[in-house]
Design a binder for this molecule. Sequence first.
Ligand SMILES: Nc1nc2c(ncn2[C@@H]2O[C@H](COP(=O)(O)OP(=O)(O)O)[C@@H](O)[C@H]2O)c(=O)[nH]1
Ligand SMILES: [Mg+2]
Length: 179
Amino acid sequence: MSLPANKLVFVGSMGAGKTTAVRAISDVEPVSTEMPMSEDAMGDKVETTVALDYSSIELDDGELLHVYGVPGQRYLDFMWPMVCEGALGVIVLVSAGHPDPVASTVELLQEFSRIAPDASLAVGVTRTDEHPSLLIPEFRNALFDAGHRLPVMRVDARSATQVTFLVKSLLSYRYAETK
Ligand SMILES: Nc1nc2c(ncn2[C@@H]2O[C@H](COP(=O)(O)OP(=O)(O)O)[C@@H](O)[C@H]2O)c(=O)[nH]1
Ligand SMILES: [Mg+2]
C-alpha cells in the first residue's frame, strides 16, 4: 500500500475547463460525474460537473500525482476541505470569458489559501483564444495588487502539453518556495 500521495486540485467556476484539463493530462481513464444540464445549456457546454473529476498522472520520477477537479460554486463549498486535504497544490482555472475574472479568482484564492494553507497556488486562464481582450500581465498585476503573488499563465485546458506545463510550473514554484 502506498501512503499519502501527491495530490493536486483544480478549482474554478462552471466552464473554466476543469473536466477538460483533468482529462487532457490523465494517464488512466478519468472518473467524472458529469450530468446533462437541464436547460440553459451555455453554448457548446451541455454537461456540467456536479461533483468531482478525478484522474492520476505519472510524474517524471515515476511517482503518481492524483488530480482532482472540484466545482467553484459556493453551494458545493462543503467539498473543498475534503478534496484539499493533503493537497500540495491548488490550481484556480478561470475562463477569460468570465464576467469578472479578477474578483472570481481572488475569491477562490482567498478561500483556498485558507482551506489549504500548505498547498501552493497557481492560476490558469483558459479560453483566451475565444476572449483575446483579457491580457495576462494586467490580470497578473490585479491579482498581485489583491495580495496574490503566484504563477499566472494562459492555458488551453484541451492541450495536454499546456496543462502539464502549468502543473510542472506549480510543482517547481513549490520546490523553489520550500528551499
Ligand atoms: N476554445 C477553448 N475552449 C476551451 C479552452 N479550455 C476549455 N475549453 C472548453 O470549455 C468547455 C468547458 O470546459 P469544462 O472542462 O467542461 O469546464 P468545467 O465546468 O470547469 O469542468 C469545454 O467545451 C472545453 O473544451 C480553451 O482554452 N479554449
Ligand atoms: Mg466539469
